[in-house]
Design a protein around this ligand. Structure first.
Ligand SMILES: C[S@@+](CC[C@H](N)C(=O)[O-])C[C@H]1O[C@@H](n2cnc3c(N)ncnc32)[C@H](O)[C@@H]1O
Length: 182
């Protein structure tokens, strides 16, 4: 969800041909290049959907055994980190029972201060998030299993363009939230 240019689902689709990966983003222009590449590769196990997390198509209801959100920004970041309940509920709708819901957050406490404040977000460190998100997740049917600090090397293991761009250098703090649909 919030797949950006769609590199992550394409990389996973190449690695695991027997599973279907769906990349969703509200910005269709960003998806153009790699969705074209997936089509040229005749890769039948990856699909892209232009949709906002706020208005996911009903066709995605209950489809996923995993939902992964890597380095979200804007309203998607608020959805998973505040959390904003209506949008998080929409993300939960996509999940099958017991689906794994993973979020990777990255922020620079001083450089991202203005944006975090605009979104009404606290500092995105593991302790602050761990202390506040579980009730909101639980209310939409997502049980938080862990909120942990990630190293840059952990982040770089996600084959997405932004993970590779942001993992090294800078003073970014990375946190992984793991939850299960219940
Ligand atoms: C920093 S980029 C990360 C992209 C990708 N996950 C990666 O790691 O390369 C954040 C993405 O979230 C998407 N996004 C932000 N708000 C969204 C929303 N409400 N619904 C869907 N996508 C959203 C943006 O369009 C953008 O592509």
């Amino acid at each position: 969800m919030g797949t950006g240019d769609g590199r992550l689902p394409l990389a996973w689709a190449r690695e695991t041909p027997e599973r279907l990966f769906i990349g969703v983003d509200s910005n269709a222009a960003g998806l153009r290049e790699l969705s074209g590449r997936a089509a040229r590769e005749r890769r039948s196990n990856v699909a892209y959907v232009r949709a906002a997390a706020e208005a996911l198509p009903a066709e995605l209801d209950g489809i996923a055994d995993r939902v992964t959100v890597v380095l979200p920004w804007g309203s998607l970041l608020a959805a998973v980190a505040l959390p904003s309940m209506a949008v998080l509920r929409g993300l939960r709708r996509v999940c099958q029972p017991a689906a794994l819901f993973t979020v990777v957050l990255g922020s620079d406490p001083s450089r991202d201060q203005v944006e975090l404040r605009r979104l009404g977000l606290p500092p995105l460190d593991a302790r602050t998030l761990g202390a506040r998100i579980a009730p909101g997740y639980e209310a939409v049917g997502l049980r938080v299993a862990g909120v942990r600090v990630m190293s840059a090397a952990d982040v770089a293991r996600f084959p997405s363009s932004w993970a590779r761009r942001l993992a090294f250098g800078g003073t970014r703090v990375f946190v992984q939230v793991t939850a299960r649909a219940v």
